[in-house]
Structure formats: structure tokens, C-alpha cells
Design a protein around this ligand. Structure first.
Ligand code: COA
Length: 218
């Protein structure tokens, strides 16, 4: 038994080291450092904002796509596109009238972008994020890996921006890991800029949440 446990611990350690070396190779030491902190004592997300009164640049996807709103009848298809999707969660997001714009290429779902004006729960930080009455929170942007770098998310972003601007909202906000370069790049192309940092510090059973607005050191 003791030998079996030791073997499984050794296997876990090997997997952890392999993952750490992959992060180090692909994303660098800074990213590895914050991932380690995130697993232990410190987590944070960059807050980004996009005033809706600013002009919305027209962007063009680099592959032909059709854009539409995700329907409840399409949840099974969405689940195929995003492995690990919790069907009940997507159902409740749509019930709450969260808006999911999707892109299809040759009939296949290849990208999606959600937005809500409701209650926001930040799973990664286990905390609520309050929206003002005229704010919209953009979340869970995703492009199928074979379709990344094709301007799909900026195109879906532009659709959300036009919709919420026409509906009278004042600004879009979102969060991103500061290490997620592709996500920050999409944000920059869509006119988002950093305005703060939200996170927590955890020591043993104690956890302090913070939200600093005005500058965004990481
Ligand atoms: C972040 C993400 C949604 C961007 O979507 P996208 O449709 O690829 O966005 P873009 O086409 O504008 O590409 C953004 C940047 O990604 C990088 N990129 C280019 N090709 C890429 C590829 N094959 N794989 C990953 N990133 C790529 C480039 O830096 C690109 O910027 P550029 O257009 O100036 O070259 C997508 O990378 C993704 O689904 N990532 C995993 C989920 C995620 O991190 N979501 C964000 C949560 S906040």
C-alpha cells in the first residue's frame, strides 16, 4: 500500500513538473511564477474597460463566418465546440438572458463570446463583481484552436459593442489573466484598456480580497 501510494505521489510530481516545464517553455518564467502563486497564495485578474461612446472599429475575420446568437436549442452543439461545458450552466446563462454571439465557419461553431448585464460571479477568485446599471460584462471568449489568430474574437466583440451601445449602455468591462497575451491583444484591438486589478491574498484559512482601480500593476 505504502509503495503504491509512493508510486502515485511520484507520478503526480512528474506530471506537475512536466506541466511546469511546458508553461516555462511556452509562456516564460513570469507566467510560471504567477501560476504557482495562483495555486497557493495570490490570485489576480486585470480589469479592462471599453467606453461604448468611443467609435467601434470595423474588423474583418480572416476566414468566412456567419455570426448569430446562441439559442437554447444549440447547447449540445456548443458543448461539442467547448469540451467540458456544464450544460446546466449554459442553460442558466441563456435563461438569465446573457448574450452569446457565435461564429460558424462552413456550418461549424468556431468561436463564441458572452456578455451579461446581470450578477457576475468570478469563479477564479470566488467573488462577486458588481456591475453598475449601465455596464456590461464580457466573458468567456473562446476560439477553436485551429481558428485562432483569424480575427474571430475582435469580430464578435464588435458585434457585442454595437448591440450594447445601441441599447444605451455606457461601458463594457472584462477581466483577463495578465499573462494571457492573446486575450489582451483581442481586448486592445477592440478598444479595451486596463483600469485596475482584482484579486486575493490567501494565508492559511484567511483570504483578503482586493480591487484596485486607477492603475494596474501586476
Ligand atoms: C483569446 C482568444 C479568444 C483570442 O481569439 P482569436 O479569435 O484568436 O483572436 P485574434 O485573431 O484577434 O488573435 C489574437 C492574438 O492571438 C495571437 N495568435 C495568433 N495566432 C494564434 C494561434 N494560432 N494560437 C494562439 N494565439 C494566436 C496573436 O497574438 C493575435 O494577435 P494579432 O492578431 O495581432 O496577431 C483565443 O486565443 C482563445 O480562445 N484562447 C483560449 C481561451 C481564452 O484565453 N479566452 C480568453 C479568456 S479572458
Amino acid at each position: 500500500m505504502a509503495t503504491a501510494l509512493a508510486a502515485s505521489e511520484r507520478w503526480k510530481l512528474r506530471m506537475t513538473l512536466a506541466r511546469a516545464s511546458e508553461v516555462l517553455r511556452q509562456e516564460g518564467i513570469r507566467s510560471l511564477w504567477f501560476k504557482l502563486l495562483g495555486d497557493t497564495v495570490y490570485r489576480r485578474l486585470l480589469l479592462v474597460e471599453r467606453p461604448l461612446r468611443e467609435p467601434i472599429l470595423e474588423v474583418k475575420a480572416r476566414v468566412p463566418i456567419e455570426i448569430s446568437l446562441l439559442q437554447k436549442s444549440e447547447i449540445a452543439e456548443y458543448r461539442e465546440f467547448r469540451a467540458g461545458t456544464d450544460v446546466a450552466e449554459v442553460q442558466s446563462q441563456l435563461d438569465a438572458e446573457d448574450r452569446c454571439v457565435v461564429a460558424r465557419h462552413q456550418g461549424r461553431l468556431v468561436a463564441a463570446n458572452w456578455a451579461t448585464t446581470n450578477h457576475v460571479w468570478l469563479d477564479y477568485l470566488s467573488c462577486e463583481f458588481r456591475l453598475a446599471i449601465d455596464e456590461v460584462y464580457s466573458y468567456d471568449a473562446f476560439a477553436a484552436s485551429a481558428f485562432r489568430g483569424q480575427n474571430l474574437l475582435p469580430t464578435l466583440d464588435a458585434e457585442q459593442l454595437h448591440h450594447f451601445c445601441a441599447a444605451g449602455y455606457r461601458r463594457m468591462v472584462s477581466t483577463s489573466l495578465p499573462e494571457n497575451r492573446a486575450s489582451l491583444r483581442v481586448g486592445a484591438k477592440s478598444g479595451y484598456r486596463p483600469y485596475g486589478l482584482i484579486g486575493y491574498v490567501k494565508i492559511g484559512p484567511w483570504k483578503w480580497h482586493f480591487c484596485r482601480v486607477g492603475n494596474a500593476p501586476t
